[in-house]
Design a protein. Structure first.
Lengths: 313, 313
């Protein structure tokens, strides 16, 4: 079985760009035409909203899949819509995989051992139903929270090894108050550096042919000093870099995350791409109705931007 | 509107014991009779498993609700069963609330601001569906992970204030590797002590008549020195103390979490109560078929144990 990092590199090479699009379908930003149709059909309820989300995702996937190898689904926006929303989460994963895309479940779960095991089986593996192995959510990788330490992480590492899947552990997040704890000095290093060291050791036994591990890290684009330091502490980790566009991260801030071949990082953008039509400049150019062209333009612009610093594409 | 902490104290007083039962329905431990019936009816799939979980929960709730004021649902075991599992999560919440129980969603979510907001609305409040406010999961409180810092927490505080709900932020967890990061010294204090200080300040503006805040903390029973220190750092926080029974926590270790009136902490047990019939000593006494009596005995035993240290009951 191919390791996750090798599959990731393969799909990035094929698409010629180390970018991911976040399918984070915040209901209030969905195109009016899609919402209206579904609300008219089912009424204003969770089912209608979940169907609207699924339809939107399908159309976004059709637009972006020639240009992008990876999608990231923020599960919060599906979970918020109840069981129907979780159904749209599952179905979106399936639609993306059918189009040859690699899917990251942005779940940021973290818990004690036996609970982590339940999450790991469900998201990366199979669930044992009285001896019958039922396919779980079926994503290629998940994001995780490190606060519980090693026994919250190892069940996912085990599942990743067994099923050729991957993890991205949150080391340094994009939000301003990531400094509250992640930047705290603990002895000679910051907490995020301590986490980075553990990410590196957890990933040691699960390295692909590419030299990269299936245990990656979520690392915000930010201070070049910290970024270079984290890169050195985790030489084998793929970085998932969120927040390009809407959260203010700039391509230049990510240059040192990439290796000489343009690998080692996947830059992710959500709102700035899928809700590009909400951006005044796209709105002027295309009008509200042409939201699909705004998305395509936004993803192409992102490709160009990131290629300048990754050296690929 | 009554504050969460006042509602909590009211229900604990009424039931005469500061305990919570964890409805963490691991499929493999469910009574065979319940599984067999549902698998026969639907086949071995997520729907059957989810119905079995719901039926089990209903019967457990009927047994425990005269003796217990609070239940805690570990969402992982519902999420693992897909959309059907999430439906059983919702329905179990409803069944518990109908029986006058206070429900804690053990979700341990944590994310950046706008994502945290989506989680907060879904679990503690209402979800905006195009102007229609749809009721979310409807728990009375949730558990949260602090790694993202303040802007991952404030959306929940806001929602808690608005809807009279509560939070329990993980300060110190029960698992052995909680020492990996939570016990790391950051300057003069451990990371978990830094988190405790923030829990205290986040809870300042949302204190009930009882003097306790709606912002509580998950604190493992363990070293008395650390326990007393955390109690001092968070004088207004209700402690949710997991792991009694199966995870090895002993009543004696929690004595200093309670105030003179026997309030200030809720001790939670999951497997040791709901799967008491798996324990060899109960099995000998009742046999497998009498699993309901084993549960009742286990919950009564827990009440007695905890009353000795809380002083209540």
């Amino acid at each position: 079985m191919k390791s996750f990092s090798d599959r990731l590199i393969e799909v990035l090479r094929e698409k010629g760009s180390p970018i991911a699009v976040g399918l984070d379908p915040q209901l209030r930003f969905l195109p009016r035409e899609i919402k209206a149709k579904n609300f008219k059909r089912y009424g204003k309820d969770f089912r209608a909203a979940s169907r609207a989300v699924l339809e939107f995702n399908r159309r976004v996937l059709d637009i972006i899949s020639p240009h992008v190898g990876v999608v990231k689904l923020q599960i919060a926006f599906y979970e918020a819509l109840g069981p129907h929303g979780m159904e749209s989460y599952q179905k979106t994963i399936r639609l993306a995989r059918e189009r040859g895309l690699l899917v990251i479940g942005d779940i940021k779960r973290g818990d004690v051992g036996h609970t982590a095991e339940a999450y790991a089986q469900a998201h990366l593996g199979e669930v044992d139903i009285d001896g019958f192995a039922a396919q779980g959510y079926g994503v290629d990788a998940v994001t995780l929270n490190p606060y519980f330490g090693e026994d919250g992480i190892l069940p996912f590492v085990k599942m990743a090894r067994f099923h050729g899947r991957g993890l991205f552990i949150v080391v340094k997040s994009t939000n301003p108050s990531s400094r509250d704890f992640q930047d705290r000095r603990c002895g000679t290093e910051r907490l995020c550096e301590l986490v980075a060291r553990r990410v590196n050791s957890w990933g040691r036994g699960i390295v692909g042919k590419s030299g990269y591990s299936a245990v990656g890290a979520v690392v915000a684009a930010g201070s070049p000093t910290l970024g270079k330091r984290l890169r050195r502490l985790m030489p084998r980790a793929f970085f998932l870099v969120p927040g390009y566009g809407a959260q203010g991260a700039k391509a230049e801030d990510m240059r040192h995350y990439f290796d000489a071949d343009g690998y080692g990082a996947v830059v992710s953008s959500s709102r700035a791409v899928i809700f590009a039509y909400e951006n005044p400049s796209w709105k002027r150019r295309y009008g509200v109705k042409d939201w699909e062209r705004a998305i395509e333009d936004a993803v192409l612009k992102m490709r160009r931007d990131i290629s300048r610093v990754s050296g690929s594409g």
